[in-house]
Design a binder for this molecule. Structure first.
Ligand SMILES: [Zn+2]
Length: 356
């Protein structure tokens, strides 16, 4: 019965009847993935290394979010062509795979996603994919004790791990391992590419730590509209507070905004930050509240939280995204960082994007 349902699911992908017969036998062999793919309350589907590449290069890979695509591009180099499902400004928490995505996946040799329920609405699709192709959640490599809790009722860990480049480095190592198993012929290249990329992430981490530490300690408060920066706060020792989910219409929401106003005034914080994908209403209320108390506060941004910047720009890479965030936060809160960021490549001069 289980297998019958699986085959019906596969039929939704448009596989022809003639392929169904062969799949019966094959599914018996891979059925174990279904039972081992779920890990406690975080549904992650991962294939066994029994899958091996045997086709024409470049290997066709599909990645969900840009940050994951960036890892696969960096490690895979010339051997792998990466198709990224979610572009700039798209919220992965709410995204559902469409027909084009499914078509891309069906053409892919291998699939990578972030995991920890970041792609919460795509879990059904990812589960089906695990029947027919190798698929990996990059965050599977992060030890559970390093994950932070998510401040909601779901009980899931906070998925925004890329905000700490030292954690993201573990995901790079995971992609490296999987590619080496999948395509051992190019193992040497994958290892070298991974080493080079990880070296950059180490440099990025050091830059971020040094920059954030240059903000006067009392003003080291990072207020945003969405709760994506907890790992950033832990890694770089800055207090992080988000106001998303709090309605200014509710008494509790107003109380929370008032608490934040008190804190921002008391600590003489110079700026709060908006994100391109999150409505600005609540953070604007915060700015107005602080202004009414006679303290000048700027609204800066956009911060790149769940999606990178535009494709083809420096901010449209993982390193550029973090460089932008770090440089913008540092300069806006009274710290010292170069105008054009760590690598001198930022396009928006990182400190001038002020909507007021
Ligand atoms: Zn998020």
């Amino acid at each position: 019965m289980l297998h019958f349902l699986q085959i019906n699911a596969l039929n939704e992908f448009g596989l022809g009847r003639w392929r169904m017969v062969g799949l019966w036998l094959w599914l018996l062999a891979v059925g174990v993935f279904l039972t081992t793919g779920c890990r406690d309350n975080v549904q992650q589907f991962e294939s066994s290394p029994a899958f091996g590449f045997s086709g024409a290069y470049p290997i066709k890979a599909v990645a969900t979010v840009g940050m994951v695509g960036d890892i696969v591009r960096a490690v895979g180099g010339e051997h792998i062509a990466v198709e990224q499902m979610l572009g700039a400004g798209v919220d992965p928490h709410l995204y559902r795979a469409n027909r084009d995505d499914v078509r891309s996946i069906l053409k892919a040799d291998i699939v990578f996603y972030s995991g920890l329920m970041l792609e919460g609405k795509m879990i059904g699709t990812l589960e089906k994919v695990s029947l027919t192709r190798p698929i990996f959640a990059v965050t599977d490599a992060i030890p559970r004790e390093l994950l932070l809790g998510h401040d909601d009722v779901s009980g899931h860990p906070d998925p925004h791990v890329w905000m700490d480049p030292s954690l993201w480095q573990k995901c790079v190592q995971h992609v490296e391992r999987q590619l080496c198993q999948y395509d051992p012929k190019n193992e040497k290249t994958y290892r070298e590419n991974s080493q080079a990329y990880q070296k950059q992430l180490t440099g990025l981490f050091d830059y971020a730590r040094e920059s954030i530490a240059s903000i006067p300690e009392s003003r080291r408060v990072f207020v945003t509209s969405h709760d994506a920066f907890q790992y950033f706060g832990r890694a770089f020792q800055i207090d992080v507070m988000g106001i998303q989910g709090l309605s200014t219409e509710s008494e509790a929401g107003l109380r929370r905004v008032n608490e934040l106003v008190d804190l921002l005034v008391a600590r003489k914080v110079q700026a709060v930050f908006f994100e391109s994908s999150v409505p600005q209403r609540s953070i604007e209320a915060l700015v107005a509240g602080v202004a009414s108390r006679g303290h000048q506060l700027e609204l800066k941004g956009p911060m790149f939280s769940d999606a990178m910047g535009a494709a083809g720009t420096y901010e449209g890479t993982y390193i550029g995204m973090i460089d932008h965030n770090v440089t913008l936060v540092t300069r806006s809160l009274g710290g010292t960082a170069p105008l054009l960021g760590w690598q001198g490549l930022l396009n928006n001069a990182a400190n001038v994007t002020d909507v007021n």
